[in-house]
Design a protein. Structure first.
Length: 341
């Protein structure tokens, strides 16, 4: 139904089945336009394509309202900085009346779904190591509201016409199961599966504690510590520092088999979200722009120092690792300190 040397993505049907909306950049030499895309409408019968957005910056993920009159999508104005939280926009199906419905949220929406009555959009967003469901009115009259709240990673797969949401959820000690809840009554969430229950019934997992501490520039940093099962504060334990990649990524409160395995083998595991991480706003994520690695090293070391100050750590027996951006920082760490074995 389309042609040309372009990359099309995120196609969705209009309710009438006559139009398809998608994201692309239908320009000559489109591959040379950095961080640029637009929303298009395709008349399936004629093959005629109409460009609906035209601002400089990436627009993607169109989602048509049930009544067919509006389109929700995410995007941001073009910037030279390495990181920016995206916004959720709503426009009429002809591309007019574009407006952000999350202008002050400063978190990137994901998995957006229209409410059945087309009054607004549900979406999830990462925030301080968690992920929950939000709702934003389509007219932008009110700021987004948090529908669910909890120390969890909630991934909503779909919402029915009656408001029944289905999602997977993971926590410190739960690898992930399927849940259902009414978006108008999210407090009554029902667990539908127990996929790993037979495996975990006789397994003692390590306790997980959140840590919050100050780093260079008086910046607040969040992290977590997993302690070995049957942790004895009178003993000294080896420590492992894990560094996430990206570097614009976010460690979170979800279950992590690898770290629990480290803890089961007698290690205290430390993982933090240093400056540059996502889920803490544009300024925090962009703090490493043209300065990476640098003060994020301070954030990591301050986290290790915080855990050491709590006692029970063998400072002659500490380790550090990471992949991708975490590998870059691992190399930087061992090039700047010999405290790790």
């Amino acid at each position: 139904v389309s042609n040309g040397d372009y990359d099309h993505g995120s196609p969705v049907w209009a309710p009438d089945g006559e139009t398809m909306y998608f994201s692309s950049l239908m320009l000559e030499d489109a591959e040379y336009h950095w961080r640029e895309s637009e929303i298009y409408a395709l008349d399936v019968a004629t093959g005629r394509t109409t460009q609906l957005t035209d601002r400089k910056g990436p627009d993607s993920g169109p989602m048509v309202s049930p009544d067919g009159t509006m389109i929700a999508f995410t995007g941001n104005d073009h910037v030279d900085q390495t990181y920016i939280e995206r916004q959720l926009y709503v426009m009429r199906s002809d591309g007019s009346m574009v407006r952000s419905v999350t202008p002050n949220l400063d978190r990137s929406p994901s998995n957006w779904r229209w409410r059945a009555d087309s009054s607004g959009v549900h979406f999830t967003a990462n925030n301080h190591g968690t992920r929950n469901l939000y709702f934003a009115p389509a007219d932008g009259s009110e700021p987004p509201v948090k529908v669910t709240d909890g120390n969890q990673m909630l991934t909503v797969s779909n919402i029915s016409n009656t408001g029944l949401a289905v999602a997977t959820m993971s926590t410190f000690h739960e690898p992930g199961d399927i849940y259902a809840f009414d978006v108008d009554n999210p407090g009554e969430i029902r667990r539908l599966t127990h996929v790993n229950e037979n495996l975990l019934t006789n397994i003692q997992l390590g306790d997980v504690e959140e840590i919050n501490y100050k780093s260079t520039g008086d910046l607040d940093i969040q992290g977590w510590v997993i302690k070995p099962p049957d942790f004895d504060p009178s003993r000294s334990y080896p420590l492992i520092l894990a560094i996430h990649g990206g570097p614009h990524g976010m460690y979170n409160v979800g279950f992590n088999y690898g770290w629990q395995n480290h803890a089961a083998n007698g290690y205290v595991v430390v993982y933090t979200n240093p400056r540059g991480s996502s889920g803490y706003g544009t300024d925090f994520g962009n703090a490493i722009n043209r300065a990476y690695p640098d003060k994020d090293f301070d954030d990591l070391m301050a986290g290790v120092d915080t855990v050491i100050a709590g006692g029970s750590i063998d400072e002659r027996n500490m380790y550090v690792y990471g992949c991708s951006g975490g590998g870059v920082l691992t190399a930087w760490v061992v090039g700047h300190t010999d405290r790790f074995a």
